[in-house]
Design a protein around this ligand. Structure first.
Ligand SMILES: C[S@@+](CC[C@H](N)C(=O)[O-])C[C@H]1O[C@@H](n2cnc3c(N)ncnc32)[C@H](O)[C@@H]1O
Length: 352
């Protein structure tokens, strides 16, 4: 009696530990309680059979072995059922993945094809999924992830810009052919820090309108020059729509050979700058790169004498090697300080 009382707590602890462990295994393997109890009984029966055999209790060992065999049979039946269930689920999943792939391929094809294909009857129609290679799939997933992050960064920059501007009409879209949203936000910071009186922009468009709003409060003015008669009209119409005529002046300057640099690609007709002096900020976003190699390189040599001391120079499209080469050349030749080499897409430089 005394021994029973002494071993009871130990037995209790062992039972608790076994039960607890069994519960953890049950959850990890997502097994039902009945199944776990079955496995436990089987384990106990096996141990009991071995113990009875060792102690030569052959009758007891035979009975327990028979029970164990029956249990093993039940477990085998149970396992077969589980395997059949898993196979069915796997087949169902494979079928729905195949359906999704077929639908995605059909949607992609529908975007490319102008004429819809002749409909096939369900009897003839066999689904032909477009099999994407693993490398293509991974590349697509990487691309989608990259685009999503870019869009989030653009949204963040747009929210930042939006807090600084109260538009009087729909704002022109940033990005694509225009300066990107993050660069525009960086430019907005530069305008707020330096409060330029005269901004000269080479290559007008969406940035002209955003800059117009950003400087009108501090009495700044923007002269925006463009080589394209067509696009300068677009920008001019936008200036009027946003009532920015007091702040923004647009000038057309067709591209022409530079008398001071005959070997350079054609650049803006310099007559467009004749009346300008003490420019505090020069924004170089034109001529377009398609005009010729290093199309923007002539800007600083041609306009250096028109800049105010300590003027800032901004050059867009810093992802291009030719713009990087231009920044290197300008910095050395004019002793410029590189404030930003192009983190967002624009380089910011300061004259001595
Ligand atoms: C690199 S883009 C940048 C223009 C501007 N700095 C901006 O960020 O919005 C340069 C050229 O785009 C052209 N452009 C202006 N408005 C445009 C428009 N709505 N669509 C396409 N191109 C345009 C102009 O001829 C301009 O010189």
């Amino acid at each position: 009696m005394y021994r029973l009382a002494a071993t009871a707590p130990t037995m209790g602890a062992v039972l608790y530990a076994v039960g607890h462990t069994a519960e953890i295994i049950r959850r990890a393997m997502q097994l039902g309680r009945v199944r776990v109890v079955g496995w436990l009984v089987l384990a106990v029966a096996l141990v009991a059979t071995i113990v009875f055999l060792v102690r030569s209790h052959l009758t007891l060992a035979g009975i327990v072995a028979a029970v164990t065999l029956a249990l093993v049979g039940a477990v085998i039946v149970d396992l077969r059922k589980r395997i059949a269930d898993l196979t069915r689920t796997t087949n169902l999943l494979a079928a729905s993945v195949e359906d999704m792939r077929t639908e995605a391929a059909a949607a992609a094809a529908a975007q490319q094809v102008t004429q819809p294909p002749a409909p096939t009857s369900p009897a003839q129609g066999t689904k032909k999924p477009v099999a994407l290679s693993r490398a293509t799939r991974e590349s697509l997933i990487r691309q989608i992830g990259w685009n999503t992050r870019e869009q989030l960064r653009d949204l963040e920059a747009f929210a930042y810009l939006n807090a600084k501007v109260t538009p009087r009409a729909l704002m022109p879209a940033l990005g694509r052919w225009a300066i990107n949203t993050r660069s525009m936000a960086r430019l907005a910071d530069l305008l707020a820090e330096t409060r330029p009186h005269t901004v000269l922009e080479l290559g007008g468009g969406a940035s002209t309108i955003w800059m117009g709003y950003l400087v009108e409060g501090s009495g700044g003015r923007i002269v925006s020059v463009d080589h394209s008669a067509e696009f300068i009209e677009f920008t001019r119409a936008d200036v009027t729509r946003h009532s920015l005529q007091e702040t923004v002046e647009t000038r057309h300057a067709p591209l022409a050979p530079l008398s001071t640099a005959p070997d350079s690609p054609d650049w803006y007709d310099t007559a467009a700058f004749a009346d300008l002096s003490a420019v505090d900020l020069l924004v170089v976003d034109g001529p377009p790169g398609t005009t010729g190699p290093r199309a923007r390189q002539p800007a600083l040599p041609a306009l250096w004498d028109r800049l105010a001391p300590g003027a800032h120079i901004v050059l867009d499209d810093m992802h291009r090697d030719e713009e990087k080469a231009t920044v290197d050349e300008w910095s050395q030749r004019f002793n410029l300080t590189v404030i930003d080499p192009g983190t967002t897409g624009i380089a910011i430089l300061r004259a001595p």
